[in-house]
Design a protein around this ligand. Structure first.
Ligand SMILES: Cc1ncc(COP(=O)(O)O)c(C=O)c1O
Length: 384
């Protein structure tokens, strides 16, 4: 047997694959998988067909087509008053996932430490492991998913090189406040750290909460790599068009990795996404409204069940507490729910390294049609 590299020894099958497989096997209502069960906008798909028919089918520039980079730059100027030069401060990647991989591997190496808030999106820990470095965890505590300042302070030492944040936050739906971002940036500046800010759900906030990119805070532009995902913004996760924004020096290093990982991503979809961003304002209004309705429907429906929801102000996820007097942990209980009640959820303990709070909750996704959400609520109401 040829042995794989030791740095991948701890890696197993992700919980998403396991739960999706069980969901299919038991023909369950799937509130586990984190993507819409409805299609993305027709007018953007049409633009992709058009680009293909016009022969825009060859490799584009490694950092993405200019039309898309300049559309991204205009969006950030308009929504956040952030200025990114499309020529050398934006990199279009194969989803936020590739942007994360490139950003982490461009700056992190063996001996370095990376501070990660838990629960975390699981590619962060995998990318740090692939870079041969070590993670330190800072817990976001229920019910509001706040962190303790001293815990963050204690997680930083002379080996720390990076902090990864994610706001709006998967899986909790937390939107980091200005005060929290101020605290994180003060540590980043004091210790000269890079902040990788995963803002994949930047346009999905509810109840008038505002998403604040940490790069907008004083002194943070040159310390931050901001990552986003048009899979989330335009509801077509399978297109895998993501991007990273950072100052010229940081971008230069990100692009060194990107050129050897994918070099460039598919051309026609870049044209379509550029068109989407160039016609964004009306779309965004409708998009937010429809997700606010879905969030309300699921949250309110769950109030009448034994699965009490925790507040979610962003993303398309919310956490629920397990019913009282449950003896199983979240993983065992989620498996029981699929098999016996035919509803799939995600057990979040796998997104924690330090705290065992994850084993007391489940993650539900509300990027679903109304009938799917209603079916899910009915099943959870009937739970005994
Ligand atoms: C927090 C977070 N970051 C990044 C990603 C990956 O995004 P993409 O599909 O664009 O690679 C996801 C996908 O679920 C996510 O939840």
């Amino acid at each position: 047997m040829i042995k794989p590299a030791t740095r991948i020894e701890g890696m197993g099958t992700s919980i998403f694959s396991t739960m999706s497989k069980l969901s299919e096997e038991y023909k369950a209502v799937n509130l586990g998988q984190g993507f819409p069960d409805f299609d993305g906008p027709e007018w953007i798909k049409e633009e992709a067909f058009k680009a293909m028919k016009e022969g825009k089918n060859q490799y584009g520039p490694s950092n993405g087509i200019y039309k898309l980079r300049s559309a991204i730059s205009l969006i950030d100027k308009k929504y956040y008053d952030l200025n990114w030069n499309p020529d050398d401060e934006i990199t279009v990647t194969a989803g936020a996932t590739e942007a994360l991989y490139c950003s982490i591997n461009a700056f992190i190496q063996s001996g370095d430490e990376v501070v990660i808030f838990e629960p975390f999106y699981d590619s962060y820990t995998a990318d740090v492991a692939l870079a041969g470095a070590k993670c330190r965890f800072v817990t976001l505590y229920k019910p509001d998913f706040n962190f303790k300042i001293d815990e963050l302070e204690n997680a930083i030492n002379k080996n720390t090189k990076m902090i990864i944040i994610n706001s709006p936050h998967n899986p909790t739906g937390k939107v980091f406040t200005k005060d929290e971002l101020d605290i994180i940036s003060s540590f980043a500046i004091k210790h000269n750290l890079i902040v990788v800010s995963d803002e994949a759900y930047e346009f999905m906030t509810y109840d008038n909460r505002t998403h604040i990119p940490i790069a907008t805070l004083p002194g943070m532009r040159n310390h931050t790599i901001t990552i986003s995902s048009t899979g989330k913004t335009f509801g077509m996760t399978g297109w895998k068009v993501g991007y990273a924004k950072a100052c010229k020096e940081l971008t230069n290093s990100i692009q060194k990795i990107h050129q050897w990982v994918t070099f460039t991503i598919n051309t026609p979809n870049q044209h379509a996404i550029a068109f989407g961003f160039n016609n964004f304002d009306d779309y965004l209004l409708e998009f937010r409204k429809s997700y606010q309705t879905k969030r309300n429907l699921l949250f309110n429906g769950l109030l009448d069940t034994q699965f009490k929801p925790l507040n979610s102000f962003g993303t398309y996820f919310l956490m629920v507490n397990l019913p009282k007097n449950i003896l199983q942990n979240d993983v065992e209980f989620a498996i029981k729910l699929v098999k016996e009640y035919k509803i799939a959820t995600i057990p979040p303990s796998l997104f924690y390294s330090k705290s065992d709070e994850g084993s007391t909750m489940l993650r539900l996704c509300f990027a679903k049609r109304e009938d799917t959400l209603l079916k899910g609520i009915d099943i959870l109401k009937a739970y005994k």
